[in-house]
Design a binder for this molecule. Structure first.
Ligand SMILES: *Cc1c(COP(=O)(O)O)cnc(C)c1O
Length: 393
């Protein structure tokens, strides 16, 4: 199954999503690629087996025409040399860290990082003998002062998980590269439609495809898109560890990508409307949404990102009991982890693992994943929450 990358290289993002690099003419005109379930691949001869490195497919674990379609689509969106697929967003974090770190190395991680990234670093990486250090999301070129000769990886996430701090990506990457480190960025919030990390000096762009690319809360997958200089090491580590994406899940994400652009437009508009509405309410102390004019990192957001997605948080002052009363009164908005699906969700944010970008002195951040429902219904549900919070004192 050949892919035709030249056709759409100049096209807009929604055209890339709708068509992608997959060429239907390579599959008898069928609009969508086939789902190939495979372990064994048969070879023509012992000679072909011996020279299998020149063949595109040799074993199910190493990839199939189905996984190639999604890898190529993501590489095109991220402007990357290559992409690997793995069974979760978290595996898309652990595998590149495994690929570029070893005993005695030093790894710098932004303090506003997704909590399970911190757990992997403090657990497995520390046990492997990697020295872990966290830095302020606003460090900018000041990262240079934290670099050591042993610093091999600088790990970024923008905006920060739950607290939404923005980073000066280019400044951090330039200083990291000057010190000889590889840079990785968890780009899940923005998707490649709203931020393209490799164009800002990042070497490896990480996604939880579970979120907007899947888009329907029914699949888990992750991806890492890499520069030419880093891709080989990444691919080799993936295959040495022995993980790849499953065929049916890959198909769900290929299908999800087709509508991701229009879904994101709706997530973006609804989230901004709700964020603005929440900001005007006296019960709310602060709204953390990168695209709000009042947001402390709005300038960094505007300079680097081309859009915002449907995830933001707001600060409800008072006891945790008040926040719990708010959340428990919601009827339409579910209480649950993950995000990027069609349905709205809320969670109380736990910032107790932060070492630099600490949580608020008073109150609880509530994170909202704004889904595709009608905004009026979401407002009515949040009103139920505010009524319950008032009654809780
Ligand atoms: C959810 C999430 C992940 C992990 O994705 P899973 O597919 O749930 O493992 C990684 N990074 C960020 C920022 C996330 O929100």
């Amino acid at each position: 199954m050949t892919t035709d990358r030249s056709k759409s290289r100049q096209a807009g993002p929604n055209t890339l999503l709708a068509h992608g690099p997959y060429d239907p003419r390579s599959m008898h005109g069928f609009v969508n690629p086939p789902v190939i379930h495979a372990s064994t691949v048969l070879f023509e001869s012992t000679d072909a087996m011996k020279n299998r490195k020149s063949l595109p497919y040799t074993y199910g674990l190493r990839g199939t025409p189905t996984t190639s379609v999604l890898e190529d689509a993501l590489s095109e969106l991220e402007n990357a040399h290559g992409t690997i697929l793995v069974p979760s967003g978290l595996a898309a974090i652990s595998i590149p860290l495994f690929a570029f770190l070893g005993a005695g190395d030093h790894c710098l991680i932004v303090d506003s990082v997704y909590s399970p990234t911190r757990q992997f670093a403090n657990g497995t990486l520390a046990r492997m003998g990697v020295e872990i250090e966290y830095f302020d999301p606003h460090v900018g070129s000041g990262i240079a002062a934290l670099m050591k000769p042993s610093t091999k990886v600088v790990f970024l996430e923008a905006p920060g998980s739950n607290t939404f701090e923005m980073m000066d990506v280019k400044a951090v990457c330039e200083a990291a590269h000057a010190g000889g480190a590889v840079t990785m960025l968890d780009n899940t919030w923005a998707t490649p439609l709203y931020f393209r990390p490799l164009e800002h000096g990042v070497d490896l762009s990480i996604h939880a495809l579970t979120k907007y690319p899947g888009g329907h809360s029914d699949v888990m997958m992750g991806s890492v898109s890499a520069t030419e200089a880093t891709f080989k090491q990444l691919r080799e580590t993936q295959l040495q560890i022995g993980v790849n994406a499953a065929p049916d899940d890959t198909y769900l994400v290929i299908r999800g990508l087709k509508t991701m652009g229009i879904r994101l437009e709706r997530h973006q508009a609804s989230a901004l409307e709700l964020a603005t509405w929440l900001e005007a309410r006296e019960e709310v102390a602060e709204v953390r949404h990168p695209a709000l004019p009042s947001f402390f990192d709005r300038t960094l957001y505007e300079r680097q990102f081309t859009g915002s997605s449907g995830l933001f948080s707001f600060l409800l002052p008072g006891s945790f009991r008040r926040a719990a009363a708010f959340l428990d009164a919601l009827e339409l908005i579910g209480l649950g982890y993950s995000w990027g699906g069609h349905e709205s969700l809320a969670v109380a944010v736990d910032l107790s693992d932060r070492t630099i970008a600490r949580g608020p002195a008073d109150g609880t951040f509530i994170r909202l994943q704004v889904g595709l429902e009608d905004v009026a219904d979401l407002k009515a549900d949040l009103e139920r929450g505010f009524t319950a919070a008032r009654q809780a004192g």
